[in-house]
Design a protein around this ligand. Structure first.
Ligand SMILES: CC(C)(COP(=O)(O)OP(=O)(O)OC[C@H]1O[C@@H](n2cnc3c(N)ncnc32)[C@H](O)[C@@H]1OP(=O)(O)O)[C@@H](O)C(=O)NCCC(=O)NCCS
Length: 183
């Protein structure tokens, strides 16, 4: 396990996670405010491969983790994923949870654990960065609430920034610093 919370565990992806990843990523509701259409099984399998390969690239620039409940039992349950990509001194965070696992605070708990993992990573394990960022479509209230609950500050909100799935969509950006992150 890379991180645990009272209810959750975060771990690296393995080849056994393709079915769960596909169940999450093929769901139109989960893709609603993403730039991509619901994923096919083939796309899901490729993305899981990429997540596994990213583990080997040091220092790490991409982190993509499985979130599970019930890890104290013999049958932990995949409920979602959290991750980030580090570029230009910024770790851009993402997260997506199965509909049945939403509305329970799991996503906020998992993102908090991810940030603590990033904060505590030994020097040299990750590409260095100073800022954590959450960017989303302004209509994505679930995502915005996570940023706000975690103490991120809104730094910009714009309408009609880019074309996505045939419509012009906006962008809201939240930030906080990794130094002094309070678990
Ligand atoms: C974004 C997303 C993860 C948010 O999911 P979520 O379930 O709203 O977020 P959380 O798991 O943190 O749950 C928070 C809710 O659980 C409620 N909750 C219930 N029991 C709780 C508990 N024991 N502890 C904490 N919160 C609890 C909170 O009150 C909150 O509800 P509210 O927002 O109505 O106030 C989800 O909508 C999703 O997967 N969307 C698709 C992917 C996506 O758009 N990702 C973002 C782009 S990067």
């Amino acid at each position: 396990m890379l991180a645990t919370t009272p209810r959750l565990s975060l771990r690296e992806f393995t080849a056994n996670d393709v079915d769960s990843f596909y169940a999450l990523e093929s769901n139109p509701a989960n893709a609603r405010y993403q730039t991509w259409e619901p994923r096919t099984r083939q796309q899901s399998s490729k993305l899981v491969d990429e997540a596994i390969n990213s583990i080997l690239i040091q220092p790490r620039r991409v982190i993509e983790l499985v979130v599970e409940t019930g890890c104290e039992t013999e049958t932990p349950r995949f409920i979602g994923r959290v991750g980030c990509m580090i570029a230009d001194n910024i770790a851009n965070l993402w997260f997506s949870f199965l509909p049945a696992a939403q509305g329970k605070g799991y996503a906020t708990e998992a993102v908090r654990a991810l940030i603590t993992f990033l904060h505590d990573a030994p020097a040299g394990n990750l590409v260095a960065f100073e800022t954590l960022q959450i960017e989303c479509d302004p209509r994505n209230t679930g995502s915005r609430r996570i940023a706000e609950r975690l103490g991120f500050q809104k730094i910009s909100e714009e309408l009609n920034v880019y074309k996505c799935k045939g419509e012009l969509v906006g962008s809201v950006v939240y930030e906080t610093g990794i130094q002094g992150w309070l678990k």
